[in-house]
Design a protein around this ligand. Structure first.
Ligand SMILES: [Zn+2]
Ligand SMILES: [Zn+2]
Length: 148
C-alpha cells in the first residue's frame, strides 16, 4: 500500500493503530485520516438513538483537497448536522479531520456539556485527551458522538 499524503501540506501520514482502530496522522498539521471502515465500526458501536446511519452528510460541497487514498477531490460536509465540517473521499475510502475541526469539536463538546449539564466532565475528558498522544482524536470523537 503506498504511503498516504496529507491533503493540505503533502506530508507523509504516519499510521497509528489504537484499540483496533486504524488512522493516519500528519505530523505537520495534526490532521487525521480515518477509513470509512473505522468510522463505520465506531458507528456500529454507537448506542444513542440520534446516531441513525445514513444521515451522516449535510451541506456537501467539493473542496480543492486531494483524497490521500485515491487522489480525487474530497467532499466537505457537516457531520450529522453538528457544527463540524469534515472532508470525505468521494469514493468512500475515508474521512479527513484537520486541526480546525479539532477546535470545533471542542466547541461542540462545550455546547453539549452545557445543554446536558455535563460541562465539567466534557472539559475534563477534553483536557485529559489533550495530554494524550494521537489516540486523542478518537477519544474525543467517541465522547462527542456518545460512543462510550
Ligand atoms: Zn498535514
Ligand atoms: Zn479517495
Amino acid at each position: 500500500m503506498p504511503q498516504l499524503k496529507c491533503p493540505l501540506d503533502q506530508s507523509h501520514l504516519v499510521d497509528s493503530k489504537t484499540s483496533g482502530e486504524e488512522s493516519s496522522t500528519c505530523d505537520q498539521c495534526d490532521g487525521v485520516w480515518i477509513t470509512t471502515t473505522t468510522l463505520e465500526s465506531m458507528e456500529d458501536n454507537a448506542a444513542s438513538d440520534d446516531m441513525v446511519k445514513g444521515q451522516r452528510q449535510y451541506g456537501k460541497h467539493v473542496v480543492d483537497h486531494e483524497c490521500p487514498h485515491c487522489g480525487d477531490q474530497m467532499i466537505r460536509f457537516r457531520y450529522r448536522g453538528y457544527n463540524i465540517e469534515i472532508e470525505a473521499c468521494p469514493n468512500d475510502a475515508g474521512f479527513w479531520l484537520d486541526k480546525s475541526e479539532d477546535r470545533e469539536i471542542r466547541d461542540v463538546m462545550k455546547q453539549r456539556g452545557s445543554n446536558l449539564g455535563r460541562a465539567a466532565s466534557a472539559e475534563k475528558s477534553w483536557h485529559s485527551a489533550r495530554r494524550g498522544d494521537k489516540v486523542g482524536v478518537f477519544q474525543r470523537l467517541k465522547q462527542l458522538f456518545g460512543f462510550n
